[in-house]
Each structure stands twice: as structure tokens, then as C-alpha cells.
Design a protein around this ligand. Structure first.
Ligand code: SAM
Ligand code: SF4
Ligand code: FES
Length: 360
């Protein structure tokens, strides 16, 4: 008990617990666990305040050229009906999102080279010039030149989860990808001036507490502006369909530990956590999280973006989800942020202030 409290104090005080200490922290239970979550909630309040940032998620294509063993969008999954949204349609969805009050849209898809860098750059450019939205891209691994083009077109942020910091596990889960290239991409994004989001899944087969500790240490080393942490959910249409999934409890401890190590990072209460536990997003918001990414994808596509089964909100429209989330946030005594919620860190905060000023 004293040992765990000492680790919490060290991390909350800006110190750097090592892998063994973080693994012990992630393994804590009972009163220790409650202390960890409460400490993360306090640090969140001090460094990020009471406002919760909303990001409208647009899942614009479920085609994927990759074959990640855990994901329903993998190219070998022949049971999925595939769709692609055109640029104009993405713009229309974002416009509807902006009308609901969203100030950030996240454009996410499988790895789909049908969308050339130029096509996506044009969409980004129009999202900025016509709708004045903050734009996060999450379209997987591309070349440095492509990332550069999108950054120049105005993309503010990029979400590319490192998925697992365990090299062997990474290689086993990603047949045609490499651990090194994933990391190279993240460092390019950093160099290009994006607000960088990484993150991992919790409860992958073969994953240990030490490897989860390494996930935290990697995100601390990269000094990420965002960290998406969610449970692995087995999908029966994938080779990992028979495996056990990650638990809400361990995921919450990971989010809490991430908050202690990364006080200024945006941490979403993920949809995957809301899927394994109906109160999962509420619990995350009280254990360090300060962001929610409601789905604003039109209903006719939602069901087809089936990364994992039983995803929440499949029959709910964007306006309904916006109200639902607003209610959840108010119910926790928090408020929905009305600015676009750039990272509070140095340069990004300054850039955010400029663009906010430009809209007044
Ligand atoms: N293709 C892009 C990529 O992989 O970065 C973006 C889309 S991908 C569907 C978004 C995220 O879904 C991945 O980063 C992964 O962590 C998550 N994901 C995929 N399959 C999952 C599963 N079975 N359970 C939980 N999360 C999953
Ligand atoms: Fe494709 Fe991303 Fe799913 Fe991997 S996680 S199969 S890259 S959509
Ligand atoms: Fe979609 Fe609650 S967020 S129904």
C-alpha cells in the first residue's frame, strides 16, 4: 500500500517512475486502485480544468489494405460490406457537425490509398477555410511527404496509435507492417509540427503489465499531445476472435497512470471503453480523461465501420449523441469546451490562441 502511494506521489509530482514501478501501479487493486484513479482526477483538474473537449469522429472509409490481426476492417475480412465517402460528403458531414457545436473533426479510415494525399489535402483545406474547424487526421501510415502536404494544408493533429510498445507482440499482430516504421511515422509527425496522438490497446493476447508500462514510457518519451487508450475487444471475424478482451478496470488504471505521467495530454474516454462497460466513459472522465470523441458518421455507414462488435451508438444519430454526451458531462458537474481545444503545451497553445482570435 505504501509502495503504491509512493509511486503515485512520485508520478503526480512530475517524477519518472520506471517500468517496474509502473507495472506495480497497473497491478494495484482495492484501495490502492481507488487512490490511483482519484489522484489522476486531481491532476486532470489542476492541469486541464473542468472543461471536456468534444471531437466529432467521421469514419469516412472502411477499406483497408492492412491485415492487423485484431481489427474487423482488415483486408482479409470478406464479411464486411465496404464503403467510401467522397470529399463533398465528408464536408457535408463536418458542416452538420459544426452546426451541432463541434470545433474539431477527426477524419478516420482504414489504410485506403484510393484517397490520394492531394485529395485529402483538399478536404483538409476546405474544412479549415470553409468551416474553421480544427482537423485531426487518423488514416494510418503514409510517407513523410504526404504527412507534410496535409500539415501544409492545415491539418492540426494526427492520431496514430503505436498499439503496443512490445516489439515482438507488435510484429505478431501486424503481418505486413513493422514496429520501426510505426515509430518512424510518429517521429515524422512530431517533426512536422502536428499535435501528435498515440496510444495503445489494453488486454491484447500475450500483453503483460511490463509491456503496458512500456506503452506509458513510450508516450512519455514522445511527449504526446494526445493518448488514446482503449480495451482490446475480440472481433469474431478476425483471427483473434476467440481471445479474451481487455477489461475496463485495467484500461482505467492505464488512463489514470497516463494522466499522472502526461499531465497536459488530451486523454479521450474512448468508445471502446464505453462498449465494454456501459459506464466506461463516465468512469474514465473521473480517472484522468478530458476528451470524448462522439461519432458523427451518418447512420447508414456506422454499422459498416465494424472494428469490433457491439459498438455503442450504432442506431443513434449525431444530434442524439451530442445531446447524450452533453448530458453525461453535465451530470459529472463538468462543462463542454467551446474552443477547439488545442494542446495547452507551448507552441500549440499559442497557435490555438491565434486561430481563435482570428475567428472573433
Ligand atoms: N487505420 C488507422 C490506424 O490503424 O491507425 C485508423 C483506423 S483504426 C480502425 C483505429 C484504431 O482502432 C486502431 O488504432 C486500433 O487501436 C483500434 N482497434 C482496431 N481493432 C480493435 C479491436 N478489436 N479492439 C479495440 N480497438 C481496436
Ligand atoms: Fe486497417 Fe487500422 Fe484496422 Fe489495422 S487497425 S486493419 S490499419 S483499419
Ligand atoms: Fe451516442 Fe450516447 S453518445 S447515444
Amino acid at each position: 500500500m505504501e509502495q503504491i502511494q509512493a509511486i503515485i506521489n512520485l508520478a503526480a509530482g512530475g517524477g519518472k517512475p520506471d517500468q517496474a514501478a509502473l507495472a506495480a501501479l497497473l497491478g494495484c487493486e482495492g484501495e490502492d486502485e481507488a487512490r490511483l484513479l482519484a489522484a489522476a482526477d486531481r491532476v486532470r483538474k489542476q492541469s486541464m480544468g473542468e472543461r471536456v473537449h468534444l471531437r466529432g469522429l467521421i469514419e469516412f472509409s472502411n477499406y483497408c489494405e492492412r491485415n492487423c490481426l485484431y481489427c474487423g476492417l482488415r483486408r482479409a475480412n470478406g464479411s464486411l460490406v465496404r464503403y467510401r465517402m467522397e470529399g463533398e460528403e465528408i464536408l457535408a458531414v463536418a458542416r452538420a457537425g459544426a452546426a451541432l457545436g463541434y470545433r474539431t473533426v477527426v477524419l478516420q479510415s482504414g489504410e485506403d490509398s484510393c484517397y490520394t494525399a492531394k485529395m485529402l489535402a483538399e478536404v483538409v483545406c476546405r474544412l479549415k477555410s470553409e468551416l474553421d474547424l480544427a482537423v485531426t487526421l487518423s488514416v494510418g501510415e503514409r510517407s513523410r511527404e504526404e504527412y507534410k502536404l496535409w500539415r501544409e494544408a492545415g491539418a492540426d493533429r494526427y492520431l496514430l496509435k503505436h498499439e503496443t510498445a512490445d516489439r515482438e507482440l507488435y510484429q505478431a499482430l501486424h503481418p505486413d507492417m513493422t514496429f520501426d516504421n510505426r515509430r518512424r511515422c510518429l517521429y515524422w509527425l512530431r517533426e512536422l509540427g502536428y499535435q501528435v496522438g498515440s496510444g495503445c490497446m489494453v488486454g491484447l493476447p500475450g500483453q503483460t503489465l511490463e509491456s503496458l508500462a512500456d506503452d506509458l514510457l513510450f508516450m512519455q518519451e514522445l511527449d504526446v499531445e494526445m493518448a488514446g487508450i482503449g480495451p482490446f475487444i475480440p472481433n469474431p471475424s478476425t483471427p483473434l476472435g476467440h481471445c479474451q478482451g481487455g477489461t475496463a478496470g485495467l484500461t482505467l488504471k492505464m488512463i489514470a497512470a497516463a494522466r499522472l505521467l502526461l499531465p497536459q495530454a488530451h486523454l479521450p474516454a474512448t468508445t471502446a471503453l464505453g462498449t465494454v462497460d456501459s459506464q466506461g466513459r463516465q468512469k474514465a472522465l473521473q480517472a484522468g480523461a478530458n476528451v470524448v470523441m462522439p461519432n458523427i458518421t451518418p447512420n447508414r455507414y456506422r454499422r459498416m465501420y465494424e472494428i469490433y462488435p457491439n459498438k455503442i451508438c450504432l442506431d443513434d444519430n449525431p444530434a442524439h449523441c451530442r445531446n447524450c454526451i452533453g448530458g453525461i458531462i453535465a451530470g459529472l458537474g463538468r462543462t463542454v469546451a467551446t474552443d477547439c481545444g488545442h494542446s495547452p503545451k507551448g507552441d500549440f497553445a499559442a497557435a490555438g490562441t491565434l486561430s481563435e482570435a482570428g475567428t472573433q
